[in-house]
Design a protein around this ligand. Sequence first.
Ligand code: PRP
Length: 211
Amino acid sequence: MNTSITIALPKGRLADKTIEILEKCGLNCDSLKKDTRKLVLTDASDKFKFIFVKPIDVPTYIERGAADIGIAGKDTLLEADADVYEVANLGFGDCKMCVAGFKKRTYNVTSGNLRVATKYENIAKHYYESIGVNVDIIKLNGSVELGPIVGLSDVIVDIVESGKTLKANGLSVLEEICELTARLIVNKISLKLKAQIICPLIKKITEVLDI
Ligand code: PRP
């Protein structure tokens, strides 16, 4: 029986809080706090292997079984629509998925060509379908706020956390699509085959977070 599990950790905004929680669960995360370019690290007991991945890729690693358990933002889960178990809403990393743009400008949404720049093509597509607006979605990989500024798009669909990036670029929230938080996700087969490790870990995480 395989008694080690691989945990996919998101780089970036969710990383520090995730490591803090794992430590509170009793995992030795010293290796994760070292300044290293290594992408695969283990805890002292070798029971847990950690991989650092781009947040948007966490669902892919879990769905395909390259990692057993992971922490992902709800934004990435909605976007990826991966076949994984979402076992807990971790409550941290809260932000909102929003439509943003220049506040005083009006957009003729009935003309059927609202240009939307976003990293989240699927979320944007589903949102505008749900409100019956035809859009031209422009996929970007970052710095999407530039879209309206340079005239690439009319609006953006993006996550807003502190609101500082929008403010610094003269943009405002025009519509709120949904609230987002970090989620704990598990590979469907791993949950059966490695239940003796994964289930206590899920329980511990929910206890630590009091959820
Ligand atoms: C995210 C998001 C916004 C910003 C929002 O980008 O796409 O640009 O953070 O955060 P705020 O409301 O706290 O300012 P990220 O930092 O992931 O960088 P990116 O633009 O390169 O994707």
